[in-house]
Design a protein around this ligand. Structure first.
Ligand SMILES: *[C@@H]1O[C@H](CO)[C@@H](O)[C@H](O)[C@H]1NC(C)=O
Ligand SMILES: *[C@@H]1O[C@H](CO)[C@@H](O)[C@H](O)[C@H]1NC(C)=O
Length: 207
């Protein structure tokens, strides 16, 4: 089996940046796209956070993004199209942008921070609501060391969750997943979000 995350990191390491190969398959009702990659450092901290966002379900109103090869190219540093998402009807929910559901995303960031303090590598999932907004989430940390603690501060995790939501929102994703990596690369956080927690739940993380 091809391990896509390995391919992606190799390409990044070699600096192979090419035009995006986003595409829309009308027959199969799928879109193919390159994962979205971001790297940043929070002010006043010493380590970088990286985020790789992918999604498996996309709202049909956003299909035009994948027909326009230039659009995704502007937003990603990764050259190869290695992910496929299924197109849903236009009434399917789309993951909310950060500003539209701040309480929800700060709550999820709090869950991540608490689990890091507990050095917990277990899966947590649920649904959070604020006003009329609803979002399903699943979160699990992984590590190459012995526990899933991280020195990432709450503000860094807040930013990570918001960037994840914003990227998935802009992509028109109904369900998506962000893999975060902090500092020396021993800690990984996997966060899955869904705008349709009943129909398309987030109860595993697989990104
Ligand atoms: C639809 O998917 C099938 C199976 O993955 C593939 O063989 C076929 O080429 C796809 N259709 C188009 C139009 O790409
Ligand atoms: C940290 O991220 C910045 C971009 O925000 C990048 O320029 C820099 O090379 C990164 N540093 C490391 C050690 O990866």
């Amino acid at each position: 089996m091809v391990n896509t995350s390995k391919i992606v990191s190799c390409l990044l390491a070699l600096g192979l940046v090419d035009t995006s190969a986003a595409s829309y398959d009308r027959t199969n009702q799928t879109v193919t796209y390159a994962p979205i990659f971001k790297e940043w450092r929070e002010e006043g901290t010493n380590e970088n956070m990286t985020m790789t966002a992918t999604f498996d379900l996309v709202n049909s109103n956003y299909v035009y993004l994948y027909e326009d090869a230039n659009y995704l190219h502007k937003r990603t540093a990764i050259s190869v199209a290695v992910e496929v998402a299924t197109i849903l009807g236009g009434t399917a929910g789309v993951i909310m942008a950060a500003e539209s559901a701040l309480d929800i995303y700060e709550y999820i960031a709090g869950v991540i921070k608490t689990k890091a303090e507990q050095e917990s590598c277990t899966l947590t999932y649920g649904t959070d609501t604020a006003d009329d907004a609803i979002e399903g989430y699943a979160y699990k940390a992984m590590t190459t060391k012995t526990n899933c603690g991280t020195t990432a501060e709450k503000k860094t995790i807040d930013t990570a969750v918001k960037k994840c939501a914003n990227e998935l929102h802009e992509a028109g994703a109904t369900r998506g997943c962000c893999k975060f990596r902090y500092g020396d690369g021993s800690w990984y956080g996997h966060l899955r979000l869904t705008a349709e927690p009943k129909k398309y739940p987030a109860d595993t993380v697989n990104c």
